[in-house]
Design a protein around this ligand. Structure first.
Ligand SMILES: C[S@@+](CC[C@H](N)C(=O)[O-])C[C@H]1O[C@@H](n2cnc3c(N)ncnc32)[C@H](O)[C@@H]1O
Length: 309
């Protein structure tokens, strides 16, 4: 290949960024688009140009076309590639690539857990849920309603609560698309629920507790919304150090030490607390746990002061 042609082609800053990324990891065009932030047509054009110069090669893997570096140290253009790789990463491409590779590994780990083609843990969860009695369920911090939809598949009725009007709109659209008629939406702050809500058999708090300022107050609200003998299920994160989730995702807590939640639950009047950490998910820094608790049919005889200790 003509050296001057390669110099000319790499004079384009976007093409140079793509070459650096593809030199670091085998990527498909969708991944390149998400990393660079250009239109798919533009990414395809740059990849075709790099391939035409035999700087990168393409191969089909699992139905996708992947691109990787095609030159090595024996190629006359290698010093140019080295320069490109070592130049300053002003756009933060490398950090985004690291995150993308981590998510890819997580997905891979998850797929490995599938038992047979066509089977999934979601399917198993639905099968088991179909055995449950028809419960009145409250979904605390329902967000866009993904879990609400699952709950509404087997519950008698779901009260989906969120403080965000936008999230509730998305949840309503989702549930209406699925023709679910057993869901009531409530716009409210979980710290201060409206009086007059009916009592429920089950409160589910999935990935919402780390968003609230006072988790203990929210657990108290959960206890008050439950019938005697009602159950609580919390899906949460174990303590982690990913501080970026505060600014980017609005988390207020970097996960929870289960023992701390346990004492907040006890103060709120819950008993029979069980805590089950989930297995690690690939190299994800997040690890979830599942917590269940019961609001006793009869209030505990212990004085309130002792319960709070
Ligand atoms: C990460 S989403 C969880 C969505 C859903 N539960 C799930 O597991 O897919 C957290 C939700 O909690 C809601 N939220 C946060 N703080 C809240 C509060 N104080 N009162 C009510 N909703 C709150 C947010 O608006 C957001 O929709």
């Amino acid at each position: 290949m003509e050296l001057s042609e390669t110099f000319h082609a790499l004079g384009d800053p976007t093409r140079l960024r793509i070459l650096r990324l593809v030199a670091a990891a085998r990527l498909n065009v969708t991944e390149v688009v998400s990393l660079i932030g250009v239109a798919q047509s533009s990414a395809s054009h740059h990849l075709a140009k790099l391939k035409g110069l035999e700087l990168i090669r393409e191969e089909r893997v699992g139905g996708f076309t992947y691109y990787s570096l095609a030159v090595d140290a024996t190629d006359a253009r290698w010093p140019l590639i080295r320069l490109a790789r070592e130049s300053e990463d002003v756009h933060g491409d490398q950090a985004r690539l690291t995150e993308l590779l981590r998510r890819r590994e997580d997905r891979h780990t998850l797929n490995e857990k599938l038992l047979e083609p066509g089977q999934s843990w979601l399917l198993w969860a639905s099968a088991l849920a179909s055995l449950l009695p028809k419960l009145e369920v409250a979904d605390f911090g329902c967000g866009s309603g993904v879990l609400t939809q699952e709950l509404s598949g087997w519950a008698r009725h779901v009260t989906a609560i969120d403080k965000s009007p936008q999230a509730l709109e998305q949840a309503k659209a989702r549930l209406s698309r699925e023709r679910r008629t057993n869901v009531t939406f409530v716009e409210a702050d979980l710290h201060d629920l409206p009086t007059g809500l009916p009592k429920h058999d089950l409160v589910v708090i999935s990935q919402s507790l780390h968003h609230v300022s006072d988790p203990a107050a929210v657990l108290t609200q959960a206890a008050q919304l439950l019938k005697p003998g009602g159950r609580l299920v919390v899906m949460e994160l174990l303590p982690h150090t990913e501080t970026w989730v505060k600014a980017r995702l609005g988390h207020q807590h970097l996960g929870f030490e289960p023992a701390l939640l346990e004492s907040a639950l006890s103060a709120a009047g819950f008993t029979d607390v069980t805590i089950t950490p989930t297995p690690r998910d690939g190299s994800s820094p997040f690890r979830a746990f599942l917590l269940t608790a019961t609001r006793p049919a009869r209030p505990s005889k212990r004085p309130a002061k002792e319960a709070r200790a």
